[in-house]
Design a protein around this ligand. Structure first.
Ligand code: 5GP
Ligand code: ZN
Length: 143
């Protein structure tokens, strides 16, 4: 629990929220400034800033909740599409430094873009760099 963290305070019931799901590890609630009707945030109750700090157990619990709630949000909001995302770290535009998954319902003609819209241009990466990047990622996979 981090006193200054709004999502910790929501998890502790010190700030009000519209909760849609809760268990011992996870809480999900409506985004207060939604990008669409039914915009849901899922958080681990234990404070971590980003995925790098997340325990394997909480990672499993988070994804399992995402799996359940995506279906519930889509059925509840009567749509077959959602955009799912994490702003993971300050350079990604993360504003609340308590890890959270966004589930954003999508509707025909809603004017939104795909996840690819987060970048305005694509770097050109040659074959040698592709190999180096592949190696760098593989070498850093941990349990
Ligand atoms: P981020 O940019 O960190 O990925 O997203 C933070 C999200 O938290 C935003 O979509 C914002 O609307 C939402 N948010 C900020 N403050 C509150 C709050 O006090 N309550 C709720 N329910 N959502 C909040
Ligand atoms: Zn927190």
């Amino acid at each position: 629990m981090v006193e200054s963290c709004i999502f910790c305070r929501i998890a502790q019931d010190n700030l009000p929220s519209h909760k849609v799901y809760e268990d011992d590890k996870i809480l999900a609630f409506l985004d207060k400034y939604p990008l669409a009707r039914g915009h849901v945030l899922i958080i681990p109750k234990a404070h971590v800033s980003n995925i790098d700090e997340l325990s394997g157990e909480d990672a499993q619990a988070l994804f399992h909740t995402l799996f359940k709630l995506t279906k519930a949000v889509q059925r509840g909001l009567k749509t077959g599409s959602t955009t799912i995302g994490i702003n993971n770290g300050p350079d990604s535009g993360q504003e609340v430094p308590h890890l959270h998954l966004h589930i954003i319902p999508r509707f025909p003609g809603d004017g939104g873009g795909p996840v690819h819209a987060v970048m305005r241009q694509r770097p050109s990466v040659n074959d040698e760099e592709m190999l180096q990047i592949t190696k760098a990622v593989k070498e850093n996979i941990s349990a």
